[in-house]
Ligand binder design. Structure first.
Ligand code: C2E
Ligand code: CA
Ligand code: CA
Ligand code: CA
Length: 279
């Protein structure tokens, strides 16, 4: 299968033109990438707002494209979804993140959870709980060190199996986080129905908190609600010290964003840990 995947890449010639042809070529290249594991994970630290200590990482995928270099997810995740390839990408990501987390722990680096993003497709088509159980078993990572991020849209779109799937994941011991919280069309009722641990406040609200009273009110409401429901709250996309100061004041316990660090390749994330965590 490996050699087949590689041979597809050779179909590429600049002479081929037309949108349909280009799309087909992109699809073939993405399929080949999935077969060969031509992706890379970058890890973005999540920290406690109170003391800056490391709370975990989010693993974010990049595609090692044969011609375009390292392609960010925004440029191929949607395409992968359309072509039915995203579930395969997500499974590669989950496995790789677990392998990395376990390797860092073996080295004596701080044991912190790693979060991965799962698409609605993965929940619709696959037995997610079984796959997660398999990956944890194969990699030897303890379930509590794996967090799964899903969006409100995923919760709404996915099959009637969703409550059972989430219960099964919870029973395994993995953490469940709602990503981009506040941007989806959904009723808050699901917070009672599903065993959610964490809300990640969408970057769009965080970006505006220092100058927009409405954004601040929304962030405040999310934090208060999260606290009374006993949920962890992570603010996404924190870029300025002013945003951090406000988040702290509003009682948001965790943050993620360029203020602390960009997503880093594994080797740099490791260096970040050994520096930051005073090992
Ligand atoms: P997301 O899950 O909301 O991830 C956060 C995105 O915000 C990341 O972009 C990250 O680099 C960026 N970010 C973090 N801090 C800041 C900040 O302070 N300012 C700004 N402007 N941006 C910040 P990235 O890595 O390009 O990923 C984009 C999206 O692609 C992710 O959004 C997620 O929805 C999707 N994605 C990434 N990896 C995967 C994956 O393995 N599977 C799936 N299904 N989706 C993925
Ligand atoms: Ca995410
Ligand atoms: Ca997000
Ligand atoms: Ca997002």
């Amino acid at each position: 299968a490996k050699s087949e995947g590689r041979s597809m890449v050779q179909f590429y010639t600049p002479m081929l033109e037309g949108r349909a042809t280009r799309m087909l070529m992109q699809e073939q290249m993405l399929r080949a990438a999935v077969e060969n594991g031509d992706f890379e994970l970058h890890y973005q630290p999540q920290t406690f707002t109170a003391n800056g200590q490391l709370a975990g990482f989010e693993a974010l995928v990049r595609w090692r494209h044969p011609h375009r270099g390292l392609v960010p997810p925004g440029e191929f995740i949607g395409f992968a979804e359309n072509r039915g390839l995203i579930a395969a990408v997500d499974r590669w990501v989950m496995r790789q993140a677990c392998i990395q987390a376990k390797a860092w722990q073996r080295e004596g680096l701080p044991a912190v959870p790693i979060a991965v993003n799962l698409s609605p497709q993965e929940f619709r088509e696959r037995d997610v709980a079984r796959e997660v159980a398999e990956v944890l078993h194969e990699t030897g990572l303890e379930a509590r060190y794996l967090h799964i991020e899903l969006t409100e849209t995923t919760l709404m779109q996915s099959s009637g199996q969703m409550p059972e799937t989430l219960k099964a994941l919870k029973a395994l011991g993995v953490g469940l986080a709602i990503d981009d919280f506040g941007t989806g069309y959904s009723s808050l009722a699901y917070l009672r129905r599903h065993p959610i641990d964490t809300l990640k406040i969408d970057r769009s609200f965080v970006t505006d908190i220092s100058h927009n009273p409405d954004a601040r009110a929304i962030v405040n409401a999310i934090i208060q609600m999260g606290r009374s429901l006993n949920l962890n709250i992570v603010a996404e996309g924190v870029e300025t010290a002013a945003q951090l100061a406000l988040l702290r004041q509003l009682g948001c316990a965790m943050m993620q964003g360029y203020l602390v660090s960009l997503p880093l390749p594994a080797e740099q994330a490791r260096a970040w840990m050994s520096q930051h965590c005073h090992l």
